[in-house]
Design a protein around this ligand. Structure first.
Ligand SMILES: *Cc1c(COP(=O)(O)O)cnc(C)c1O
Length: 384
């Protein structure tokens, strides 16, 4: 690796986040408490309000809580995309249910609604769309299919802060629960963390209870309400998924910087799209006019005309001090999913073809225009 290796992603933590984390540690309240509440409230306000936010220690936890609260259990099927991180599907297995993986649209790389329709069986309980790279799925069609068949919808919005569909924020659509991730490389980060949002108070309540051991009220309320401090009741065998106030303090500051982050990501994505045209590449789809693409990822695909294959380009970029990643080796390529559900690449022609030609190139808010110029120059050198 060269001295100034450019990673494909890097968190953007400034003095405000460091001071906020320090200030929280000085208060002596480290676990879930006032900062977590503040973060939940501000997050929901950012999305436009009229929602409940449940902060958790990862999006994986949030997806698990969402499906649990919606009653997904053994024998149920949940339809999702093969082109996602394993967390999307693994939470279905946590509940003893089966994920049913389907192919993507070859242009957007989002789940193909017609494949969802074809995968519905009497066991289907829910659909989990993933807004791939930060571009919204066709939510009108997905929600219509769900209504028609009486299915729940949980959006995996790990890439989608902020993303809009027909002018509405992802998080405000008519799905049951939407889950965001604050993992280190996401559009905002708390180190590890996530947020589940819903407009259904019963679902929010169940997620809050199950977030903390199935206890009927959280530790903060226990120490501030009038009831005796020692008293609590366990109503279910819950989980340990609560967010710490240290993480929430970082989250509040990251959220305040999000408008600036969005601008920077849009600027960099547009610049890539302008300056990479003419190369043997499929560039990522834009959001429809008027909609926001979160640009969590900038995924390019080599066309058949490229003189190097994907692995060769990744190696050549690495030799030039430029990091890349691949999002994703689709789930049907991983031994667990492949063997458990007898999956093969021919069942997912679009996702599989995309996988073999794709790479995510550097895109993060703290990267300089000069950094980006290096990536653009290298791609022209290798492919032009
Ligand atoms: C990052 C990610 C997750 C998991 O998020 P965590 O906060 O790390 O649990 C889930 N789904 C997708 C699509 C992701 O990219």
């Amino acid at each position: 690796m060269t001295k100034n290796f450019l990673p494909f992603a890097k968190p953007d933590i400034g003095p405000a986040e460091i001071e906020a984390a320090n200030a929280t540690m000085r208060t002596g309240w480290l676990s879930t408490g006032p900062k977590t509440k503040e973060f939940e409230q501000q997050f929901v306000r950012y999305l436009g309000g009229e929602l409940e936010g449940v902060a958790v220690n990862s999006a994986t936890a949030g997806l698990h809580l969402a499906l649990e609260a919606l009653g997904v259990g053994p024998g149920d099927e949940v339809i999702t995309t093969t082109l996602t991180f394993t967390a999307t599907a693994e939470v279905v297995r946590y509940l003893g249910a089966d994920p049913v993986l389907v192919d993507v649209d070859p242009v957007t790389l989002n789940i193909d609604p017609e494949r969802i329709r074809a995968a519905i069986t009497p066991r289907t309980k829910a659909i989990m769309p993933v807004h791939y790279g930060g571009l919204a799925c066709d939510m009108d069609t997905i929600l219509a299919i769900a209504r028609e068949h009486g299915l729940k919808v949980v959006e995996d919005a790990a890439h989608a802060l902020p993303t809009t569909w027909k002018g509405q924020m992802v998080g405000q659509l008519q799905s049951d629960v939407t889950v965001f991730s604050f993992y280190a490389n996401k559009t905002i980060t708390t180190g590890e963390g996530g947020m589940a949002v819903t407009r259904n108070p019963e679902v929010a309540k169940r997620m809050r209870v199950m977030r903390l051991h199935g206890i009927d009220r959280d530790a903060f309320d226990r120490f501030t309400s009038k009831a005796p401090a020692w008293h609590y009741e366990v109503v279910a065998p819950g989980f340990k998924y609560n967010m710490t106030d240290i993480a929430a303090a970082i989250g509040v500051e990251q959220l305040a910087r999000l408008p600036g982050f969005v601008q920077r990501r849009q600027y960099l994505a547009e610049r890539y799209s302008q300056q990479l045209t003419g190369l043997p590449l499929v560039l990522p789809a834009n959001a429809p006019a008027g909609d926001i693409h979160a640009w969590h990822l900038y995924v390019i695909r080599l066309t058949a005309e490229a003189r190097l294959n994907r692995d060769q380009v990744i190696q050549a970029l690495s030799d030039r001090g430029i990091g890349t990643s691949v999002h994703y080796a689709p789930l049907h390529r991983h031994p667990y999913w492949r063997d458990r559900y007898q999956l093969s690449p021919e069942m997912f022609p679009h996702a599989d073809a995309a996988y073999q030609s794709m790479m995510s190139i550097p895109l993060f808010t703290a990267m300089a225009d000069d950094d980006q110029d290096r990536v653009i120059a290298a791609l022209h050198e290798l492919l032009g």
